[in-house]
Design a protein around this ligand. Structure first.
Ligand SMILES: N[C@@H](CCC(=O)N[C@@H](CS)C(=O)NCC(=O)O)C(=O)O
Length: 217
């Protein structure tokens, strides 16, 4: 399997989960500004030009973060990275994946484009970043309220939606959202940060793109 990723992008969630699942995989970095990877034009891998994409050993390519996470979890069922199929708990975990994807992830993505290039996933202007904060705060407050009664989104066990939420909380922090005002989310973030698979992922991916033009953060 090959995971196509960009540092700190939503592809970080499947990256974490592949490590949690102990699966064999390769990483290929994508430059979202030029649509290039070491093998050429990334749009020949994923016509949507977005990461993540997961190329399977038979050549098939899966896209869409929430779906890739389900696929990875199902490759290693003993790790229980999603509750078993056909259980009510499974559907509640899928509710989280869908909520994070449609209500949180997409509200972080800016419509700004730089130099005419669709190259960035978080806003690079102060005005755009303020708008993002307005959009995401009520959704993060909802997640915070739900995490007051359990350690992880699907209960007491780390699972796929947690990898996705963790990735997105990194975006919140980069945009200056102080997690101290969301105490359950702050605890969750610290707990997940300590996981070896997460630390390895963060170290390998390195720093994401700068959040202001002409500023290396
Ligand atoms: N619907 C896609 C969206 C993925 C997405 O938003 N990817 C961003 C990075 S987090 C991206 O590749 N953006 C490229 C661009 O804006 O040009 C999914 O859920 O996987």
């Amino acid at each position: 399997m090959i995971l196509f990723y960009a540092a700190g992008a939503s592809s970080q969630a499947p990256h974490i989960l592949l490590r949690e699942a102990g699966l064999n995989f390769q990483l290929e970095k994508v430059d979202l500004a030029t649509h290039c990877w070491s093998g050429g034009d990334y749009r020949t891998i994923n016509q949507k030009a977005c990461v993540p994409a997961l190329k399977l050993d038979d050549g098939d390519v899966l896209t869409e973060c929430a779906v890739i996470l389900q696929f990875i979890a199902d490759q290693a069922p003993s790790y229980r990275l999603l509750p078993p199929k056909d259980t009510r708990e499974r559907y509640h975990a899928l509710e989280w994946l869908n909520f994070i994807s449609t209500e949180i992830h997409k509200n972080f993505i800016t419509s700004e484009r730089h130099g005419g290039v669709a190259a960035n996933f978080l806003s690079k202007t102060l005005q755009g970043q303020a708008l993002t904060r307005l959009q995401v705060m009520p959704r993060l407050e909802y997640v915070d309220s739900r995490l007051t009664s359990s350690r992880y989104l699907a209960g007491e066990h780390f699972s796929a939606p947690d990898a996705y939420l963790y990735t997105i909380l990194n975006w919140a922090r980069r945009l200056g959202i102080d997690l101290a005002q969301l105490p359950a989310l702050q605890d969750f973030f610290e707990r997940v940060s300590e996981r070896p698979a997460v630390q390895e992922t963060m170290q390998i991916e390195g720093a994401p793109h700068a959040l202001l033009e002409h500023n290396s953060e």
